[in-house]
Design a protein around this ligand. Structure first.
Ligand code: AMP
Length: 281
């Protein structure tokens, strides 16, 4: 496996691959890798010749400095896992390699999706995501890039970014990988106690309940029941539960003229912010 923290070295490696007519698949991560990330690597390996994974905790997408500081980092373990999955190349740049001193995130207009939900609760977050993915796409020039539906809004933002920045990469959404109890795999789960991890199966259960009730109950009833279910459990501090149009991310207020609908949850557990989502129809 080719490992580098240098843009120039990565570029040289990729130029050789492209000269040999290899197609490039790209998986962008912030490390603390788990089987959710590996599903993206596996899909890239199936669909392209050379899979590149980046590991970079991107400072410009964190609006909360303590969240950035506490973000789990374990490079050695990550590299071992990527090696086990036969990833071809790993890019592990420093912040200085990706940003000039004092550089701020570029300001994007993603058509309104960036100011809702994750964008609303994490101001500037999607500008940071757009800035780093634009840099990585321009460096790597992948044929295909793989992103998880776990961060569904981010997936839509990146598809929009490719359009705005005129990037030829095909952006592919991959299904959410879960623990046995339904908890969506996440690097942040490492910060939860074993007991909390077990109880967090509840988050997905609520999404499934909303899916099952979607045709039966009214939207206000679903909202009310889910809000109550979380407020009855002191372990959970619900930030939002939202039912939205899966293409525009606009909240759905009635069930007429609906296309793809998804439910989204952001919840704090033991000081860790968790997100999850599920298609309702
Ligand atoms: P992160 O390291 O959290 O920035 O995630 C890197 C990529 O892995 C993003 O495209 C995420 O959506 C994706 N990802 C993270 N967790 C999962 C999961 N449980 N299932 C599928 N994809 C995931």
């Amino acid at each position: 496996m080719f490992i580098t923290s240098s843009k120039a070295e990565l570029k040289a490696y990729l130029t050789t691959q492209k000269n040999n007519e290899k197609t490039i698949g790209f998986v962008a991560t912030m490390g603390a890798l788990h089987n959710g990330h590996m599903a993206l690597v596996e899909q890239s390996k199936e669909e392209t010749d050379i899979t590149v994974c980046s590991i970079f905790v991107n400072p410009t997408q964190f609006n909360n400095p303590s969240d950035l500081e506490k973000y789990p980092r374990n490079l050695k373990k990550d590299i071992d896992l990527l090696d086990l999955h036969h990833c071809d190349a790993v890019f592990t740049p420093s912040p200085e390699e990706m940003y000039t001193q004092g550089e701020k995130a570029k300001e994007y207009d993603f058509g309104g999706i960036e100011i809702l939900m994750e964008g609303k609760f994490r101001p500037g977050h999607f500008n940071g995501v757009g800035t780093i993915i634009n840099k990585l796409f321009r460096l790597i020039e992948p044929d295909k890039a793989y992103f998880g539906k776990k961060d569904y809004q981010q997936l839509l933002v990146i598809q929009k970014l490719a359009e705005i920045e005129n990037l030829p990469t095909e952006v592919i959404g991959c299904e959410i990988q879960r623990e046995k109890n339904g908890l969506a795999m996440s690097s942040r789960n490492e910060r939860l106690s074993e007991e909390a991890k077990e109880k967090c199966g509840f988050i997905y259960q609520q999404l499934l309940w909303a899916r099952d009730q979607f045709t039966e109950l009214s939207l206000p009833e679903i909202h009310e029941k889910i809000n109550k279910a979380f407020s009855d459990r002191p372990l959970f501090d619900l930030e939002y539960f939202a039912i939205v149009d899966a293409d525009s991310m606009q909240p759905i207020t009635e069930k007429i003229n609906i296309n793809h609908v998804r439910a989204f949850i952001a919840v704090h557990v033991e000081g860790v912010r968790l997100i999850d989502n599920e298609a309702l129809n």
